[in-house]
Design a protein around this ligand. Sequence first.
Ligand SMILES: [Zn+2]
Length: 599
Amino acid sequence: MNRFVFLFLLAFQVLPSTGVALPRRLVIALDGIAYRDMTALQAGVTYTNIWGSVLHRQAFSSSEGYFPASRMISTFPSTSDVAWTDIFGNRPLPGYQRTYFSAAANTLISHNGVTTTVEHERQMDWQVESGFLRSMGYIHSAQTFEYEMHAMVKNFWDTRSTNADYYAYLRASDDAQHLDRDIFSLLCLLDKQLQDLRARYKTEEGRDLQILMLSDHGHNHAGAGHRVKIQAFLEEAGYKITQSIVNSNDVVLPTAGIEDWVEIHNAPAETERLARQLAHLEGVDALAARLQTNRFLVMNSKGGRAMIEWNPAKNAFRYATEEGDPLNYRPVVAALQQKHLLDANGFATADVWMNETMTNRYPLALERIVRGLTSVTLNPATILISLDNQHVNAGWLVKESSRLENYGSTHGALDDINSDGIILSNFTPTRDTSSDRAARQFDGFPGMRDYRAEEDGAEWVTQKEQALTRIARDPFDRDYKLLPADGVFLRIWSPQLTHLDNQAPLEVVIEKIPRFAGAQTNRGNHNLADAPGLHLSFHDPISFPDRRADERIYACPPDLVLEPQTEYRISGRVRDQGKNLQLFEFTFQTDSRGRPAAF
Ligand SMILES: [Zn+2]
């Protein structure tokens, strides 16, 4: 962007909001609203709340102009980060959760889920950024939800965005249900807020505000649930629960929150034996494991056993039972056979399976299991367990706390109760869909916030991970194809780069992080020039045909070899004509060869 364009845009941004047309559409990412709850509310629902009062509620009805809600089938696991990332077509995240196992670094990595912000959150025009307010969502969830609604509406009126679509994320709707709050009453409050917003919008803009609501998964409302005794079970079976996989009996169990699914990482040669044993764990409803590249085992607690074969080129799947019928999909196979929708080898495409299983107890199970074990995260598990609705998985930290007793509902499992989220609109009829297809009904969700134009940041990237981005929103989402397949690259972005010479070198400092010293980092007081550690200059950013001026991609120097599987901190700055711009600082792990691991 040249300087005049930049100044013009800057001037444009400070115009009072009354001078700029408001967005035409409000897209609300509404965490954890189940299809069955929204359809009940649209039709009108009579129920008894936890205080014993009988209530009748109706909201988002056709008389208000809303179309009937459609199903939005989540990923498996049916959890927030993977599902939202899939809905918006973003590059998969390193893990299903913010505590995850990095295969390259061979270690469990923990990020604080309350204070970290991932891509789908950054893309929102509005979301709660404060870690304090987010943590309040776990305590005063109903009040936090009301705060979120008011703040969203206020920010919508004050927006300086010139995009036609305005994106907002309401997360406390999920927290509120985990804590057993009355979701019908909260949704009625949201409906009322939106009625007021729509009325004022119509008066001021002379047209109707388009509203689109999406959720990422369902909620089971099944009560607190029993904690699944997976650790004791594995230890009795001779496995060792650990943070890295060295021996054949090592198992890593990343656990964050209280949900009804489990991810297991283990030595691949051990997967089948381990899966067969885990099928007997009390609380297991279904279990899926990747045995070979395109071959997946499904089991249930009753000894049922089937194989899913995947043809990636055609995105086709076959379900072959070996013992029993763990997904109860034999009737589905028979129906497809009768309609001549299976090929000679018994395969059908993902869309064919989708049409036949949209209202099944395990919707889109073959596709979701395969994607869950291969592509919805950069570090997929070897085994995924879907628990029944009477059980939950919780980390040892919450074992003794009262949190579990206050839990009223959860999600994460493969069944419809956990998996069926919503799409709801007041401007166009919608169709039942899934997290990886929803964007097709809305032009790929255009005009999401381009956070790289407003923030400083950096990350290690590889061609392989970048190729998993489904919706290209940034030039690099296409340009990555020009990178060598095997290298690791440093991607940096900052609005400040626009004013700097592209050849001004990037100076970085890489320091090893002492073990167990994570809490002692002095972030604000970091003087780079005096910092201990490895000082390097990165020159010659890679040039791409449509590169953006606020972003640079550097090849990681081939001679940069650090200690293998170790945690480091990297910080970087650019010096140009007396300016000294500190741009980023982040931690990373190295792989077994001592090269930075991108994920
Ligand atoms: Zn969620």
